[in-house]
Design a protein around this ligand. Structure first.
Ligand code: DGL
Length: 207
């Protein structure tokens, strides 16, 4: 790592780097740009390897570290892993590899869902990788269970490719999603966590 890169990474004017497997992290970027409009941003979308959610943990970690190194080389002062799947398998290692660089990761917003639930039954819609990862399972064990909340996990491997394709309404993924929401309601689930950064793009479609 070059000395001048390290110096530029700490400059106030240095950009904030965001990373996702595809367009999903743009949902995080939109919030950040609203809160911090004077910052500069660099967005890395690994569209060559999307989706990450069905990959194994080693694969996700290697792809994420590659993205972080690239953003670091661009002089980013802070990196947001704007992907729940990548955070689940690479956040700890990334922080160890770049101890001087603030790296922010994501975990599905289960805590607010648990607090808001009246039925004590919530669902997390996320990728297989996120649902199996310890970041989410730690929150279930330390927060949902002590609050007597049942957490139903659900994934559909076609959701991320569907969002990447621009969410065509005629697609059977859309029909399946509608049916699944009805099934959640029938089971008494009253809070749904969109645990993947691609999913906020179809939020209006769910209402
Ligand atoms: N946006 C990523 C996430 O939050 C999705 C992943 C994928 O590529 O499957 O998990």
């Amino acid at each position: 790592m070059a000395i001048d890169t390290a110096a530029s990474n700490t400059a106030r004017s240095a950009p904030i780097g965001l990373f996702d497997s595809g367009v999903g992290g743009l949902s995080i970027y939109l919030h950040l740009a609203q809160q911090l409009p004077n910052e500069r941003y660099i967005y890395y979308a690994d569209t060559l390897n999307v989706p990450y959610g069905n990959r194994d943990s080693e694969d996700i970690e290697a792809l994420t570290l590659k993205a972080i190194e690239w953003l670091y080389q661009q002089g980013c002062k802070l990196i947001v892993i704007a992907c729940n799947s990548a955070s689940a398998y690479a956040l700890d290692t990334a922080r160890k590899c770049y101890p001087q660089l603030p790296i922010v990761g994501l975990v599905p917003a289960l805590k607010p869902a648990v607090l808001a639930s009246k039925s004590g039954h919530v669902a997390v819609l996320a990728t297989k990788a996120t649902l199996n990862g310890s970041l989410l399972n730690d929150v279930i064990a330390s927060f949902a269970n002590p609050n007597s909340t049942v957490v139903t996990k659900y994934f559909d491997p076609q959701l991320v490719p569907w969002v990447e394709a621009g969410m065509p309404v005629e697609d059977e993924t859309a029909q399946r999603l509608r049916q699944q929401l009805q099934a959640f309601a029938n089971e008494g689930i009253d809070q749904l966590v969109l645990g993947c950064t691609h999913y906020p793009f179809f939020k209006s479609f769910l209402l």
